[in-house]
Ligand binder design. Structure first.
Ligand SMILES: [Zn+2]
Length: 380
């Protein structure tokens, strides 16, 4: 996967998104400066690219949940009074774990991402609300104007940012950092607006971190998460958005007192797994501790430790249980995750002299992945 998986779609997507790596920390303040009324390059570009994008995508078809959620969200989206996007949902004919928006109101969702969301309305809402926010906010135009201001200097008149010195625009390194910071700010603001759109429409904001965790967990699989290349990393977004979640959750609860009856239903189980801590307890033995916090959990989650090594026999035992070694490769523990600081402990022994890789997955009652944490290499 990787670059080639984008095919020609990749070329087009650079026009719709911030693709630069994130170089600088997000700044306070807003990137939501007004796009001049007469500016229409975004719409003209969208019209020019449309035939190519349509050729590479199809109508939602069997993704009926996605179409239904999209219609509800679009109805609630507040575009400016002199601009009515022609909302349309398209599924990209590639196994992309990503979504894109075109300034004209067409949202393109990669087939990989569409399959991941499946029939879960809340996950679709998390994907689509963010893209709809990009369209409503005219982020393509904002980014374009900001880039122009960096290129020609003095452009602060068009989209001023008091935090940036015009002198610095002659410095290309500084300019690319400024742009990266600006793009990142656009992303975070689209997240924020998307969360509020979800709350208004009846999808609990918790579906956003649920989607982020699911995408992060996909990183363990064979599908390269191309989405990492263009958005701030999910964990970081979770942190930055903490306050926004609270605001959006309050709004959701005010509008939808009966959660189960909201369009997205009850909020999903969330598992926030911290970085696992590994301690070598003796020769050929490691203790792995996974601190975690669960939200919206009724019942239990299953924590699965998987180890990989080319080496021969080893045994894995669970501390505090008598189940012993479940298999050579994985061991499981159930937890109600009742405390805000639940810690799961595994003890791993390995007789080989080779380094081992390990990963922890947290699964719900149906075996669906809720969270994943990579573990530093276990070295003999
Ligand atoms: Zn975005």
């Amino acid at each position: 996967m990787g670059e080639e998986s984008y095919g020609s779609f990749r070329v087009v997507s650079t026009l719709l998104f911030c693709l630069l790596p994130i170089l600088a920390a997000a700044q306070q303040g807003s990137a939501a400066l007004d796009v001049p009324d007469k500016f229409n390059l975004d719409m003209r570009t969208a019209a020019r690219l449309r035939p190519e994008l349509l050729a590479q995508s199809t109508a939602p078809g069997r993704y009926a949940t996605g179409r239904r959620v999209f219609e509800k969200l679009a109805e609630q989206a507040h575009a400016s009074r002199n601009r009515k996007p022609a909302w349309e949902l398209r599924i990209v004919n590639e196994v992309l774990l990503n979504a894109f928006s075109s300034p004209d109101g067409t949202i393109y969702v990669g087939r990989g991402l569409a399959d991941l969301a499946g029939t879960r309305a809340g996950l679709w809402a998390a994907i689509l609300s963010h893209e709809i926010a990009h369209v409503v906010r005219r982020d393509w135009a904002r980014r374009y104007l900001y880039e122009e201001s960096l290129r020609y200097g003095g452009g602060s008149v068009v989209l001023g940012d008091p935090g940036l010195s015009p002198v610095a625009w002659t410095d290309s390194q500084k300019a690319s950092e400024d742009l990266a910071r600006f793009c990142r700010q656009l992303e975070l603001e689209a997240d924020l607006e998307g969360l509020m759109l979800m709350a208004r429409t009846g999808y609990h904001p918790d579906f956003v971190p649920a989607l982020h965790h699911l995408l992060h967990a996909q990183g363990a699989g064979k599908i390269a998460p191309s989405v990492f290349a263009m958005h701030p990393c999910w964990e970081e977004r979770d942190r930055e958005l903490d306050r926004a979640y609270i605001v959006a959750s309050i709004e959701f609860e005010r509008r939808w007192p009966e959660w189960y009856a909201s369009p997205g239903g009850d909020p999903p189980i969330l598992v926030f797994a911290d970085e696992p801590r590994v301690k070598k307890t003796r020769t050929k033995e490691w203790e792995i501790r996974l601190p975690m916090r669960c939200q919206n959990l009724v019942g239990a989650v299953e924590v699965v430790l998987q180890t990989y090594s080319a080496a021969a026999p080893r045994s894995i035992t669970e501390q505090g249980t008598s189940r012993g070694a479940a298999s050579n490769d994985e061991v499981r523990q159930l937890t109600g995750c009742t405390s805000p600081k639940t810690t799961i402990t595994f003890t791993v022994t390995d007789d080989s002299q080779k380094a081992m890789s390990a990963e922890v997955f947290v699964l719900d009652g149906q075996g669906a992945v809720l969270s994943r944490a990579a573990i530093p290499k276990l070295r003999p």
